[in-house]
Design a protein. Structure first.
Length: 400
């Protein structure tokens, strides 16, 4: 088998990137093979760090009969790369074609001693958050497990091949991607059925072997799915908060109309009982004159009281302040560095560990909230947002 673009793949071939280990074992069984064969196959696919190693005929420790069957019915389909941009700070952004005029973005952020891959979960997003470029673009469709994993599979292979210090072995300590964050395009918990097997591939010892602490799902707060994630695969959780009260959050994150802050924070407390760390990270995008006043910081401290007192070790939360990354027609401005520092100081003084996120990849539009890919909006989110937010906007109403 050679690696093929989706166009050239026979439709009946099964893309093995869609399977977690259990799914692959089922598939092997379906082919008349023993389930344990899946382990070897899984390791070939996900641990070699070399896309070339995914040719079935080269999988030397697999039985010849299995290799022949796989060649006939299976494939490992990468996503075609539309473009690649490298920032002056080393951040890399890839645009992948997911068919039907949709493209999604993936960002690699190198740091000292670690490499974080920011992965997309949907083509677009239907949540319509006021300050988010993805939200403004609208929603096309969910990504499959294979499309979520293909981003990691490609990035790991590419980075290993292009990094001098990394060879082509299957030694896990060689991994270039040490952390994965589901913070690209889309609301991961709205695509739960595809997300869950993808998380299992990431955290499986025979897959990418990432600890649950090193895989973070970021959500705008889909409460029932937070509860399911806690049961099924409790990885690290980031919650996009952005406002300290319901009136303001209703406007910034429309999902708040369905799941209020009270519901959301109760879900956070339930999650904490299963979380791999003793805290949840709350993301808060600072918007000039909207949610960045001292009074908002004080309201946040009040709001977090329950989470902190009822959590293990009394920690419960950490705050990540995100400088707003403007995009065309957002109608919003970032808070000044002084305001940002003052906001952080108030939270820190109250004992809430707060950091200001460094903007990475800004020169290639790879920073938080700038990922827009290329989406065929099927939901008319764009029109709805324009209508909703046009005449009255938040600057007048933010102090509530
Ligand atoms: N849908 C999920 C994950 C993707 S968004 C979520 O909302 O959590 C990833 C992060 O980028 C979220 O914290 C989001 O609030 C933040 N973000 C969105 N737009 C932004 C912008 N314009 N500037 C800075 N951060 C932004
Ligand atoms: Fe969707 Fe997250 Fe953007 Fe909101 S912030 S529109 S949930 S991607």
């Amino acid at each position: 088998m050679t690696l093929m673009s989706p166009d050239s793949v026979t439709p009946t071939r099964v893309n093995l990137l869609n399977f977690d280990l259990d799914g692959l074992a089922d598939f092997c069984e379906h082919l008349g093979e023993k389930r344990f064969r899946a382990v070897q196959l899984f390791r070939w696919i996900h641990q070699r760090g070399d896309p070339g190693a995914c040719q079935f005929d080269q999988m030397s420790d697999l039985a010849k009969s299995l290799r022949v069957k796989l060649q006939a019915v299976a494939t490992v389909s990468p996503l075609p790369v539309v473009s690649q941009h490298i920032s002056t700070d080393g951040t890399i952004k890839w645009l992948f074609d997911v068919g039907d005029a949709n493209a999604i973005e993936t960002v690699f952020i190198p740091e000292l001693g670690r490499g974080t891959l920011c992965v997309s979960s949907q083509a677009g997003c239907a949540m319509g958050c006021r300050f988010c470029a993805t939200g403004h673009q609208g929603f096309s469709r969910n990504l499959s497990t294979g499309e979520i994993i293909a981003q990691l599979w490609f990035a790991e292979g590419f980075l290993r091949q292009h990094s001098q210090s990394h060879g082509h072995s299957d030694d896990r300590s060689d991994r270039v991607v040490t952390n994965v964050v589901l913070m690209g395009m889309g609301e991961p918990l709205q695509n739960y059925d595809a997300l869950l097997p993808a998380l299992r591939v990431m955290t499986c010892d025979h897959g990418y072997g990432l600890s649950r602490r090193r895989v973070t799902v970021s959500t705008s707060g889909i409460v029932p799915m937070m509860d399911r994630l806690a049961q099924d695969c409790p990885v690290a959780l980031a919650v996009s908060l952005h406002a300290p009260n319901d009136v303001l959050r209703d406007q910034l994150v429309p999902l708040n109309l369905k799941y209020s802050l009270h519901d959301l924070l109760s879900a956070c407390l339930r999650y904490l009982a299963h979380a791999p760390r003793d805290f949840i990270t709350f993301a808060y995008c600072l918007l000039d004159g909207v949610n960045d006043g001292d009074e908002h910081a004080r309201q946040l401290i009040q709001l977090m009281q329950t989470v902190r007192t009822h959590s293990r070790a009394g920690v419960g939360c950490k705050f990540n302040l995100i400088p707003f990354n403007p995009f065309p027609d957002s109608g919003l401005r970032p808070s000044s560095p002084e305001r940002t520092q003052s906001f952080a100081r108030i939270l820190n003084a109250a004992g809430i560990t707060t950091t200001v996120r460094k903007t990475r990849g800004g020169d290639i539009d790879a920073a938080c909230g700038q990922l827009a890919g290329d989406i065929r909006d099927r939901t008319r989110v764009q029109q709805r947002m324009e209508r909703l937010h046009r005449p009255r906007f938040l600057h007048q109403e933010s102090a509530t």
